[in-house]
Structure formats: structure tokens, C-alpha cells
Write a protein that binds this ligand. Structure first.
Ligand SMILES: [Zn+2]
Length: 164
């Protein structure tokens, strides 16, 4: 099931602060406390995107993975001159979370500066399925466009350990 919405806040591009408030709620860090987890996660993905190392494609992506306790693990794409060693933002976030002991993940946000929102690539879909199952995907761009769907929507009949 798909749903589309506009974020209630303007989320920044290069050099801008994310999570700028539009009203005057008290601040927690640099994010308004009234933001939903969905919006906090997307803001974290947009902020992570600022760290992308993408000198070859200039296609910068950020991801933010939420664990069951609400902790957020971020990632950005990290390219390599050999191209084949490039790692996507989603996989960076998942591997960071796994390496720190997290195991259950309800949601991941993925942000790229594209009008048609960018879903995870095939390799990331497989990794997400392995570690997160049918996770909620929150796609977004710096202009505030968002879409929420499930991994199964973009990755039907997944291969996993049940086939081994
Ligand atoms: Zn990927």
C-alpha cells in the first residue's frame, strides 16, 4: 500500500540545517519535538546524505534505520574508484546497526535529490530483507516529497534462508 505526503517542515539541501521549524515548538537538539518518528527518520536520512562520498556519480544518498528501541543508525553512499566496491547508504546503515548489536528494525528512511523518489537498489533490497524482513520504507527528497511503502512491495518473492 502506498501513501504520499509532504513533510510539514522544509528539509535542507547542501549546507542547510535539517529540521527547520515552521511554528515555534520547543527544540530538542535541532529538531522540533513534535516531529513524528517518520519525519525524524527522514530528517536524519537527509542529514546523512550530506556526508555522501560520491565524487564519481555525484548521486548522493542518505539512509536512516530505526531499531525497535527508537535508536537511529545513519548511512550514506561511499563510492570507490573501482566502482564495484561502492557501498550504498542503506547497506552502510544496516551494517552499522548490526555491528552495534541491533537486530530488529521497523523502519528505514532513504533520501536522494530526485523528483521521482529513489527506492533501494536490488542489492540493498536483499540486505534489507535479510536483516529487517518486510520493513517500512520511507522515501524522501530535500523538497519535502515523501512516500511510504513496504519492502515487499518492491521485493516480492524474496530469496532468504527459508530456501536453504
Ligand atoms: Zn543499494
Amino acid at each position: 500500500m502506498l501513501s504520499c505526503a509532504r513533510l510539514p517542515i522544509a528539509l535542507g539541501g547542501a549546507g542547510e540545517k535539517v529540521g527547520r521549524r515552521v511554528s515555534n515548538p520547543p527544540q530538542v537538539g535541532n529538531l522540533p519535538y513534535k516531529l513524528s518518528m517518520h519525519d525524524r527518520l527522514l530528517a536524519a536520512a537527509l542529514a546523512a546524505r550530506e556526508h555522501a562520498h560520491a565524487p564519481f556519480s555525484n548521486f548522493r544518498v542518505g539512509a536512516a534505520l530505526e531499531d525497535e528501541s527508537g535508536r537511529i543508525y545513519t548511512g550514506c553512499n561511499v563510492e570507490n574508484a573501482t566502482y564495484g566496491l561502492t557501498v550504498c547508504a542503506e547497506r552502510v546503515a544496516v551494517l552499522k546497526a548490526i555491528s552495534e548489536g541491533a537486530r530488529k528494525f521497523p523502519r528505514i528512511a532513504i533520501a536522494a535529490d530526485t523528483e521521482t523518489l529513489t527506492p533501494p537498489c536490488g542489492a540493498c533490497r536483499q540486505i534489507l530483507w535479510e536483516f529487517c524482513g518486510d520493513i517500512e520504507l520511507v522515501l524522501g527528497n530535500p523538497g519535502g516529497k515523501t512516500e511510504t511503502l513496504r519492502l515487499k512491495d518492491v521485493f516480492p518473492r524474496a530469496f532468504d534462508a527459508s530456501f536453504l
